[in-house]
Design a protein around this ligand. Structure first.
Ligand SMILES: [Ca+2]
Length: 441
């Protein structure tokens, strides 16, 4: 009875006024390090991504969507909690390290979207890379997920599932449980199985791919890591031509695309397409190069910079949302952000606003009415780098320099207009400082 009730209950409190007839299943697919230009629908001519392109053709494709950080852990903390990750401490400015952060993680008091949705009757699962804590009480099963399969560290061998420190890193809930197979395919198989098992009730599936994070290993590339060896100085995989990493990454992107195709086919096979919101995004921008050697890795389209940087290439990410019959297909230049997903999902599930706090906006006006979001300012901080965005203006502090860009005229952040707009830059800098003072715990 509960299930039936949840399926037919109207979504209340929707600001736009349109009445959505049912609470959808939610499938959140997060690629890792996937650049703004790595998909066909975002202009890639190198990678064939027909399934993700089809998802985009049937949904809404964002051109101005941002990850909360230019690295893995920061964005994940923000996305799952709907709050700036800085509220949970300085360690979320960067990636959680398997050496320095083994005893800590996303704090137990943080309320995640999985906890909120589970309390509303959703079955919840996380399949993939966690990277928000290495042990209890920081694991997915401590944060609202009924089921977890995958890895807790930031990277693992795609075949042997050994982490950078030489530890086994493949889990079932709160225990290590090895499985055989290529990471992207294993995660997909669990996801397809989960959809089948929960086809008759609302579910929330967080498919947090490791792809296309290093080690750069396509399905046909060899095993790289063995138990007990340290790979901190050799973490990238077996790359015979370091100046041309592209073939390995393309194979990874195309496996990711095949995975997406299987997910969409599973939804279709169970008749769930029209009752499922599918969100596809990335946790940060792609690497173009790494160190002196590794070149031709990802593409960030026309954007400047790459993963770890606060230029657009570090945090503007491909993002698609599809819900047939509810979200009209098309393109939007609305400015979205990782922190918007939690309030969006919460509103769709009819969760009371008093149940959570968020720094984000529900994306309902964009998704269902194609009207503008309220004006707002977005903030980033990554150790010594920071950025602030208001409208088309972006002030970015990177490599010790502070620069002002007008993104509508200069998406590539090539012409610093600080000299012509000093007062604006100063106002943005003050706003960023006020934000930083406010978020620090
Ligand atoms: Ca990442």
């Amino acid at each position: 009875m509960m299930t039936v009730f949840l399926r037919i209950v109207a979504v209340l409190g929707y600001v736009g006024g349109a009445c959505l007839s049912a609470t959808p299943n939610i499938v959140l697919i997060v690629a890792d390090d996937l650049g703004y230009g790595d998909l066909g629908c975002y202009g890639s001519t190198r990678n064939a991504t027909p399934h993700i392109d089809a998802l985009a053709a049937g949904g809404l494709r964002f051109t101005d969507f941002h990850s909360a950080g230019p690295m893995c852990s920061p964005t994940r903390a923000a996305m799952l909690t709907g709050q700036y990750q800085q509220r949970f401490g300085r360690m979320f400015d960067s990636a959680l390290s398997g050496k320095a952060h083994r005893e800590t993680g996303l704090p137990p008091h943080a309320v995640t979207m999985a906890e909120l949705l589970r309390a509303k009757g959703y079955a919840t699962a996380c399949f993939g890379k966690w990277h928000l804590g290495y042990q209890a009480p920081y694991l997915p099963t401590d944060h609202g997920f009924d089921e977890f399969r995958g890895l807790v560290s930031g990277d693992g061998d795609y075949h042997s599932h050994i982490d950078r420190s030489g530890n086994a890193d493949w889990w079932h809930n709160d225990r290590l449980q090895p499985e055989t197979g290529y990471t992207t395919e294993l995660l997909t198989a669990h996801s397809v199985r989960f959809i089948r098992e929960h086809r008759d009730r609302p579910f929330f599936l967080y498919l947090a791919h490791l792809a296309i994070h290093f080690p750069w290993q396509g399905p046909e590339d060899p095993v790289h890591r063995q138990l007990g060896n340290d790979y901190h100085a050799d973490k990238w995989g077996i790359i015979p031509d370091r100046s041309h990493v592209a073939p390995h990454v393309t194979a990874m992107v195309e496996a990711l695309d095949a995975s997406t195709g299987r997910m969409l086919a599973a939804l279709r096979a169970h008749g769930l397409e029209n009752e499922t919101l599918v969100v596809f995004t990335s946790d940060n921008g792609g690497y173009l190069t790494y160190g002196e050697d590794f070149k031709q890795i990802s593409h960030n389209g026309p954007l400047r910079g790459q993963k770890t940087e606060l230029y657009e290439g570090g945090h503007r990410v491909p993002t698609i949302m599809r819900w047939p019959g509810k979200i009209a297909p098309g393109l939007t230049d609305a400015m979205g952000h990782s922190i918007d997903l939690l309030p969006t999902f919460a509103m769709l599930a009819g969760i009371e606003e008093s149940a959570y706090t968020t720094d984000g906006f529900p994306l309902h006006p964009v998704l269902f009415e194609r009207t503008a979001l309220p004006e707002r300012t977005l903030y980033w901080r990554a150790d010594n780098s920071w950025a602030i965005r208001n409208g088309d203006w972006k002030l970015v502090h990177e490599y010790g320099r502070t620069e002002l860009y007008h993104l509508a005229h200069d998406l590539a952040e090539s012409r610093n207009v600080m000299g012509e707009h000093g007062e604006r830059a100063l106002a943005l800098q003050q706003a960023w400082k006020a934000w930083e003072t406010e978020v620090n715990p």
